[in-house]
Write a protein that binds this ligand. Structure first.
Ligand code: URA
Length: 236
């Protein structure tokens, strides 16, 4: 990997900023001062310092985002803004992608990473990772729905879902619920409610495995996962 790319990825600014650091002779590789950013580096072996500070190389990045409505959870889209567009260039350099999809109008917890192995473990149906959603639902959600969801409901295409754990927070003409499911079928939460003749009017993911939405993050906000969160998530 090029030295300037590595430094940029590790948070030392844009390629232009890094060029300046190099020009000012702040950067050493294996104790040799280097000014040429195009030098190839072995990040696992070479010892890099910037102004005396050891550069810790990280291959993977793990980002927790509070996804806002109106953006697509994909890496690119011809029409709409994507969750990747919201990130800083420093984080974009890692080429992260969203782990699983949230609909354009869905808000809440979205993990972005470039760690394909962890992403697979969190999304593969074989691992049954629970995902919890908060929803506002038009219609009176009651104990009957709780029982139906517990058994599994039949979606519009005939698919019978795995059991879902439905908790009714508020029941009325408009209800508030939390639903935990272990699958990720297309529009699954909305379609589960359609199967009982109700309509989801607001949807937010609040939990995935052991990872909780950080309510301090405003819509569109993001931060790197803490070590503790990453460890908890990896153990699912
Ligand atoms: N279920 C849905 O219907 N939409 C989402 O975005 C996520 C789960």
């Amino acid at each position: 990997m090029r030295l300037d790319k590595l430094l940029s990825n590790m948070g030392y600014g844009s390629r232009k900023d890094v060029k300046l650091l190099l020009k000012k002779a702040y950067v050493t590789v294996n104790d040799v001062r280097l000014k040429d950013g195009s030098v190839q580096i072995d990040p696992e072996r070479d010892v890099i310092h910037v102004d005396g500070e050891r550069v810790k190389y990280e291959k993977h990045v793990y980002i927790l985002m509070n996804k806002p409505p109106g953006v697509i959870s994909a890496t690119e889209d011809v029409r709409d803004r994507t969750v990747i567009d919201l990130l800083t260039p420093e984080l974009q350099h890692f080429a992260p992608f969203p782990v699983g999809r949230l609909d354009k109008d869905t808000e809440g917890l979205l993990l972005l990473t470039n760690d394909g192995k962890l992403a697979h473990q969190l999304t593969s149906p074989n691992y049954h990772v629970p995902k919890t959603y908060f929803a506002t639902v038009q219609g009176c959600v009651d104990a009957g729905d709780v029982a139906r969801f517990k058994e599994g409901v039949t979606l519009d295409d005939g698919y019978v879902t795995k059991p879902g754990e439905l908790v009714v927070l508020k029941s009325g003409t408009v209800s508030e619920i939390e639903l935990t499911i272990t699958e990720g079928k297309f529009h699954q939460v909305k379609r589960m409610f359609e199967s009982v003749d109700k309509k989801v009017v607001y949807l937010k993911r609040i939990r995935m495995g052991n990872l909780k939405l950080d309510e301090q993050l405003k819509l569109g906000g993001f931060r790197r996962l803490t070590e503790a969160e990453l460890e908890a998530l990896s153990n699912k």
